[in-house]
Design a protein around this ligand. Structure first.
Ligand SMILES: *Cc1c(COP(=O)(O)O)cnc(C)c1O
Length: 364
């Protein structure tokens, strides 16, 4: 449960309008084909934190470069966390996001692990509303389009000693996003990383922190070389972890759904939501370790009937093949992933009843 701290006064944001904001015509042109993560809206949110002053100087300001001292701790020791969440435009024009308290709470857990301050849930939610208040026109209305919101926090104190920074910045930027899969969803080929791990016992695997991504880039490049789209990582015991940016889900013949659970996996909100929808349909969900051996045996025996990956950016991606140095292992094709995807996106875009109260309106 989210505990809303009713004692906490809202932040008093100072808003500076971007005088060089894109014109409506320029924006409309961009929104026709926004791609992913390359174009940003006209404004950003910026809140400071210091050990002495707490959260202060909340601002909405023109989107642009950040001035950092070259000794800023994040540039040397990687003390950084982020989140990813989308805003959806409904048919009546209203703007909604999806389970933002979950992202706010996860950002607090990431912050604890990375020795960063915990942004109150209310401030997190307020930052989303503040940005949408000035950049709401950037939420596209096309099929499968959304405004991708990227909250992040980093150590900005100029200090080369090694300890948690006493000066930190929280930012929120936004980028319009088109349909992730142009021309239909193709099952992806997944490279099994047998050389590199993404996380270890007691490490930072459960935190949404840049370092986890930095260490996944080399195996990801290896995957591309092998003609694959993504990497799947194992833990030290040979259990399946995740793709490094998406969680993995296995569907069994008897309707059971199994997803890896451990303290080195990032707990996806997309996964949690899809599994809730599956439970609503009568599926049994098991969150437990699943070994590479169980995966292979399950596919060989026909026990496993479908494997898919999920996360906010792409929502759901069927896995078509597991690829290793030894060769290619085709994966069974099912239709649960796509049917759950449709149900989830219908809720997000306001086309279906939101039984769980997952939507959170941002423009009112
Ligand atoms: C963000 C992320 C996911 C997916 O989480 P969602 O909340 O579903 O977007 C999965 N794995 C990692 C490592 C991530 O950073």
């Amino acid at each position: 449960m989210t505990t809303i701290d009713t004692e906490l006064a809202p932040l008093d944001f100072a808003v500076t309008k971007n005088l060089a904001a894109k014109s409506a015509a320029e924006r409309e042109e961009i929104l026709k084909n926004p791609g992913f993560g390359t174009v940003f809206t006209d404004h950003m949110v910026d809140v400071c934190w210091s050990a002495r002053g707490g959260w202060h100087r909340p601002r909405v300001q023109p989107y642009g470069p950040i001035a950092l001292d070259p000794a800023a701790a994040v540039l040397h020791y990687g003390q950084e966390i982020f989140e990813g969440i989308k805003a959806y435009r409904h048919a009546d024009g209203s703007i909604h996001t999806f389970r933002p308290q979950k992202n706010a709470e996860r950002m607090q857990r990431s912050a604890r692990r990375m020795a960063l301050p915990e942004l109150p849930v209310e401030y997190f939610l307020q930052s989303l509303r503040e940005l949408v208040a000035v950049d709401g026109a950037w939420v596209p209305s096309g099929d499968d389009q959304s405004l991708y919101l990227r909250p992040f926090m980093f150590a900005k104190e100029a200090f080369l000693g090694v300890r948690p920074a006493e000066k930190v910045a929280y930012y929120l930027i936004a980028s319009p996003a088109g349909s992730y899969f142009k021309g239909g969803m193709k099952p992806v080929r997944i490279w099994l990383s047998e050389t590199y791990a993404r996380a270890g016992k007691g490490g930072t695997g459960a935190a949404k922190t840049g370092g986890n991504y930095a260490s996944s880039l080399l195996p990801q490049a290896e995957a591309y070389e092998k003609g694959c789209d993504q990497v799947v990582f194992l833990d030290q015991d040979g259990n399946v972890e995740e793709l490094g940016g998406m969680n993995v889900v296995f569907v069994f013949k008897d309707g059971r759904i199994v997803t890896p659970q451990s303290d080195s996996i990032l707990e996806g909100i997309t996964r949690d939501s899809l599994l809730q929808l599956a439970e609503d349909r009568g599926h049994t969900v098991e969150r437990r370790p699943l070994s590479l051996q169980e995966w292979r045996d399950g596919v060989a025996s026909g026990e496993i009937v479908e494997v898919f990956a999920c996360g906010t950016a792409a929502v759901v991606t069927p896995i078509g093949a597991l690829v290793t140095a030894a060769g290619e292992e085709p994966q069974p094709e099912g239709d649960l992933a796509l049917s759950l995807r449709e149900e989830l996106t219908d809720i997000q875009y306001g086309r279906r009843e939101d039984k769980h109260g997952w939507l959170h309106r941002l423009d009112a």
